[in-house]
Design a protein around this ligand. Structure first.
Ligand code: ARG
Length: 465
């Protein structure tokens, strides 16, 4: 060891100068990767147990290492651990502390592994835990939606295309559309978990190790389904993080769409729903304001999740095999992404059950905009008129109603018969909103009994998760 060498660095042996202070700060990841300490210690304990099983450590050494790591874990949890930037990352901070605490045995822990398979293992363990938490939250959010949809299965509102009144639907039906989006998110998340839950431990730096390791044993100790394959791929693969970011991006797209609708619906112009005061804020200048900040922020935070997806994709696109220091840049996007998604899910889990539908306003809005014009056309088709002709007749009737600034139901029977002789007294049932929604009585339709059937199926599916 030369006297200019920084003695603290575990890799200091081949260096003749101390690290430049800026470079030390620039290359360190400890500020953000320290949050992986639990997973790092779990991985190290599994590795130590394996080293004992294969005869590399004796049982006394194994026990000293495990006890040392547990005491470090306790100190970190109690905020009593001194992190050092000079020790670069979570792995070297913990390893150095171990040797400080238990002496030379601590130096044996790194036998047959590298920080490259260590970090790959840590992130997978961390991501797996977070996936499980997000899966539970998604299920809670979906249950909240089912509760609300059940309550609103008969509530009539206008359905929109192009944000123009199209046909009446039920609010329960609209909420079940949200449910379906989240259902796909859930299945993407669970599918991603399969590719996360593999153990890279034992791939070592890139080529594997000459020590007699037992990769299946460490994999099973850590709850992984099995070891990863090819060692080069094992240390360099971050596909699972990108997949998670793709899941998160789509989930946020959905939450952002919900948010957009809530923002529109709480405006004076729509006035369809009321959000609880505790989820809104006021204006410092306009006393009447109640702003839907929480949905707006969820919508706003979507952008940074997309950003993280692009960051991670770009991070990987030019990396030659195997591990490169670039990979250290995967952590901040990943952490922020997971923290943000969890907050947004939490916001929605609490917000949704507290939404109050203003049923009367929804109903009045559905009466406007000729929402049952299609029903009238279908009615004429059922009486034998070809659909295109029926469309034409109803178009003329709607134009006449617009001209008179009235609803289709304001026409008398005789006036409607002037548009088509096929019209009879029963037309008024067809033009009613209730008749319109009840008529869409098939799988996936808006009829209240179909909405209830969809809710029942969804409840069963959630119960089987
Ligand atoms: N801090 C590094 C990372 O986050 C750990 C692995 C470092 N390996 C290395 N050979 N420099 O990726």
């Amino acid at each position: 060891m030369s006297d200019t060498e920084d003695p603290i660095k575990p890799w200091g042996g081949r260096f003749n100068e101390t690290t430049d202070a800026f470079v030390e700060r620039f290359t360190a990841s400890i500020e953000f990767d320290k949050r992986l300490y639990h997973h790092d210690i779990d991985g190290s304990i599994a590795h130590a147990r394996m080293l004992h099983k294969t005869g590399i450590l004796d049982s006394d050494e194994e026990q000293q290492i495990i006890d040392g790591l547990e005491s470090i874990r306790a100190d970190i949890a109690a905020n009593k651990f001194q992190w050092s930037v000079a020790l670069e990352d979570v792995h070297m901070n913990i390893e150095a502390a171990l040797t400080e605490r238990i002496g030379a045995t601590g130096k044996k822990l790194h036998t047959g592994r590298s920080r490259n398979d260590q970090i790959a293992t840590d992130i997978r363990l961390y991501v797996r835990d977070e996936i499980d938490e997000m899966a539970t939250s998604l299920t809670d959010l979906q249950s909240a939606l089912l509760g609300l949809a059940e309550r609103e299965a008969d509530t009539i509102m206008p359905g929109f295309t192009h944000l123009q009144t199209a046909q009446p639907v039920t609010f329960g039906h609209h909420l079940m559309a949200w449910f379906e989006m989240l259902d796909r998110d859930y299945s993407r998340l669970i599918d991603c978990r399969k590719r996360v839950n593999l153990s890279p431990l034992g791939a070592a730096a890139l080529a594997g190790t000459g020590f007699p390791i037992d990769r299946e044993y460490t994999a099973s100790l850590l709850g992984f389904d099995m070891p990863t394959g090819n060692s080069l791929d094992s240390v360099s693969d971050r596909d699972f993080a990108i997949e998670l970011a793709a899941f998160a991006s789509l989930l946020m797209t959905h939450l952002s769409r919900f948010s957009e609708e809530l923002v529109l619906w709480t405006s004076a112009q729509f006035d369809f729903v009321e959000l609880p005061d505790r989820f809104c804020t006021g204006s410092s200048i306009m006393p009447q304001k109640k702003n839907p900040d929480v949905p707006e922020l969820v919508r706003g935070k979507t952008g940074r999740i997309y950003g993280h997806l692009i960051s991670l994709l770009t991070l990987m696109k030019s990396q030659p095999l195997a591990y490169n220091k670039d990979n250290q840049e995967d952590k901040e996007p990943l952490f922020d992404m997971i923290d943000t998604v969890k907050d947004c899910l939490k916001a929605y889990i609490e917000l949704l059950p507290a939404i109050v539908a203003k049923k009367d306003n929804m109903y009045q809005a559905a009466l406007k905009g000729y929402a049952t014009a299609t029903d009238l056309a279908d009615y004429l088709v059922n009486k034998g008129l070809p659909f295109r002709d029926a469309h034409e007749v109803v178009g003329t009737a709607v134009a006449a109603a617009i001209e008179k600034n009235q609803a289709l139901t304001d026409f008398s029977l005789a006036e409607l018969q002037a548009f088509s002789a096929l019209v009879t007294e029963d037309v008024f049932e067809i033009l009613a909103l209730e008749g319109s929604v009840a008529a869409r009585n098939h799988i996936g339709g808006t009829a209240p009994n179909q909405v209830r059937a969809a809710i029942e199926i969804a409840k069963k599916n959630l119960a089987h998760r």
